[in-house]
Design a protein around this ligand. Structure first.
Ligand SMILES: [Zn+2]
Ligand SMILES: [Zn+2]
Length: 652
């Protein structure tokens, strides 16, 4: 091995193709300055051979060299990580007792973890944010120092969390610290040149977080915030999270009296009458959609381990299953099913099948249980007990393209009913997989052909497929543009082998079918959470638990109101009468809070003419309720329900 000569040079290739040679250890800031002073003023960081580093980290290798300004989205991470340091600077000024943990940039901003005796209050957060403004005004440069272990240990003698991290760094790793004004952190960087670069930021919330994410270690206080280069971007982000907060399904679920959770059954949902109505309406809709081309079946909830051993779940998935004691063997040899797939294979296997029956599509809505850790549970989005609109298609390999096309259309039409748009992702063979390369070639080619036939754009996720086959995933965008992963179409060549599934072909010989796993809504619980947030609780008529509310102006018109209510009820409309002795204004406000699509106000004129005054949800104060003949209103609501209209049109 030859030592690198001390006069070695690094060659940097700039975006215009020109080259610079510099000595190893040169600071990028010097290079940028030599390109131009204006560029230097605008520079946030540089990218050397694809790696982002800051202007004060010595160059150790040559290669492509690009300057990142605030116009480059990748510079945002650098700004946000610097914002985390500014936050820590502010916290340590106001709370010198706070011990520091980690402070990285994250997807939507940054956080910093602190060890303090008491959780931070909203007032603390405001004070920290104000102090951060001072730190940015004071324009401290981020100064990088490369130190040895002993120096670092001295510097962080009062910060046990940092010392712990330090002890894990290998002997050959460069130990660096960053200082901005009074604050110094053990940190690899990169950082913006100085604290004044941070202009548009906001601390958003706090949460408890275990040190190193380990529930056996101490609980730290994590402060979350976000930062942007432009004020418009920050404002748009804050509006979006405010909008998301207003739509939170846990809050709306309570307000609209849809469901509750109880510590007696962690991760399982108690649906109220109204919530159950939404659930059943959704289920009826899916059943109707699947009446023609699918076979609905029901299979047991509890199985002995013999099945899970064949399916492979006993070895790989057992900690996610709820095991049940077998009274005879006195062992936990039974389990509640976490998925329907193996039970569908058993039913398929029980009969002889001809190629003429294929594709054969089994659907099931049975209750499933998965033993999620309690910390991961969240409203309806992450639960332990749920139902899926689960389907397994058994088909001949030659039918894949056509079948995938059919399923794709089915899924996209389904989403469209709710006004949800979908993005497709195509995931191909992973590193660890079963089956031959030839099989994967065929499977991927068929799936891709079906995808291309739709003419829709898709994102290629190379290597992201299931171990048993490639798949198409559906990311659905809700009304405020948030993506949710919902449906899936997965090809499976493995389970037909494991379960020895066959069909009799045209040639009278036994053949292996292929399986497609298909979900549309995923879990219905989670899908309802998405719908609540997507519609902000204002369900279209066909999904609304209460479609119409009837309000007599005074008790005098109660009997007419009762007649109106009965007429609607008999026609199949979900209607309630609110004839309480509260003022009309109060009752209207109450109906609006419950987001009832239509409120019918009835008084003397309506009673005399056999009409109803229609108050449409969301039409605002200016609306003049229109008097409509009762039978006409009934017909319009029924039509809206039948067509699953997304707009309220049953006005006068
Ligand atoms: Zn840092
Ligand atoms: Zn499945």
């Amino acid at each position: 091995m030859i030592d690198r000569p001390s006069d070695a040079v690094l060659t940097l290739t700039l975006p215009d193709g020109s080259e610079r040679t510099v000595a190893p250890g040169t600071l990028p800031s010097e290079v940028v300055k030599s390109i131009g002073e204006r560029l230097f003023q605008a520079a946030v960081a540089v990218e050397v051979n694809g790696v982002i580093q800051d202007l004060v980290t010595p160059l150790r290798s040559g290669g492509t060299f690009r300057v990142l300004t605030d116009r480059d989205p990748r510079a945002l991470d650098v700004l946000r990580h610097s914002a985390a340091h500014v936050l820590a600077t502010a916290v340590r000024r106001l709370r010198p007792d706070a011990k520091i943990g980690f402070g990285p940039s994250i997807e939507e901003g940054f956080y910093y973890d602190f060890e303090v005796a008491e959780p931070f209050t909203p007032e603390d957060l405001t004070a920290f944010e104000n102090e951060m403004r001072k730190v940015t005004a004071e324009k401290y440069p981020f100064v990088r120092d490369e130190v040895n272990r002993a120096q670092a240990q001295r510097r962080f003698a009062d910060d046990p969390l940092k010392l712990e991290r330090l002890s894990e760094l290998g002997d050959d790793e460069i130990i660096s610290t960053y200082t901005d004004g009074p604050f110094v952190d053990l940190c690899r960087g990169p950082h913006v040149p100085d604290t004044s670069r941070l202009k548009h930021f906001k601390l958003t919330h706090t949460a408890g977080a275990y040190w190193r994410g380990d529930s056996k270690r101490q609980m730290l206080q994590r402060i979350y915030g976000t930062a942007f280069f432009k004020k418009e971007d920050l404002d748009a982000y804050l509006t979006r999270i405010e909008e998301a907060r207003k739509r939170d399904h846990r809050v709306l679920g309570k307000q609209l009296d849809l469901f509750m959770m109880h510590p007696a059954a962690p991760g399982a949902v108690f649906w109220t009458e109204r919530g159950t109505t939404v659930y059943n309406t959704l289920l009826a809709f899916i059943r109707e959609r699947q009446r023609d081309d699918f076979q609905e079946i029901k299979t047991p909830l509890l199985y002995n381990k013999a099945l899970w051993e064949i399916s492979g779940h006993w070895g790989k998935y057992r900690e996610n299953m709820f095991l049940v004691l077998d009274n005879e063997t006195k062992e936990h040899d039974f389990s509640l099913k976490p998925m329907n797939c193996p039970s569908h294979y058993l039913l398929y296997q029980s009969k002889k099948h001809s190629y003429r029956e294929l594709p054969l599509r089994y659907v099931t809505f049975d209750v499933l249980h998965r033993n999620e850790v309690t910390g991961a549970l969240s409203g309806l989005v992450r639960v332990r007990q749920f139902q899926q609109d689960d389907c397994h298609v058994f088909l001949a390999e030659s039918q894949i393209t056509q079948e995938v096309h059919f399923l794709l259309r089915f899924i996209l039409d389904y989403y469209q009913t709710f006004g949800l748009t979908a993005k497709l992702k195509f995931a191909t063979r992973p590193e660890v997989r079963v089956g031959t390369d030839e099989m994967w070639d065929r499977a991927e080619t068929s799936l891709r052909a079906a995808l291309e036939a739709t003419g829709m754009e898709y994102e290629l996720k190379a290597g992201d497929g299931a171990f048993y086959g490639p798949k198409i995933d559906f990311d659905v965008l809700d009304s405020i543009g948030r993506p949710w992963q919902l449906g899936t179409i997965q090809l499976d060549y493995s389970n037909p082998e494991r379960f020895d599934l066959t069909y009799v072909g045209e040639d009278n010989n036994a053949h292996r079918p292929v399986i497609i796993h298909r979900a549309v809504s995923g879990s219905l619980e989670r899908f309802i959470a998405i719908l609540i947030e997507h519609f902000a609780g204002a369900f279209p008529v066909w999904l609304a638990p209460e479609q119409v509310r009837v309000l007599p102006i005074t008790d005098e018109y109660r009997s007419y109101a009762e007649r109106v209510t009965k007429t609607l009820h008999d026609a199949g409309v979900r209607v309630h009468l609110d004839a309480r002795s509260e003022t009309l204004k109060y009752r209207v406000a109450e109906g609006a809070r419950m987001k009832v699509p239509y409120m019918l106000v009835v008084g003397r004129r309506e009673a005399e003419q056999g009409t109803v005054a229609v108050n449409v949800r969301g039409a605002g104060k200016e609306q003049k309720p229109n008097a409509v003949p009762l039978d006409e209103f009934v017909a319009r609501v029924l039509e809206e329900n039948r067509t699953r209209s997304l707009v309220l049109s049953a006005q006068g």
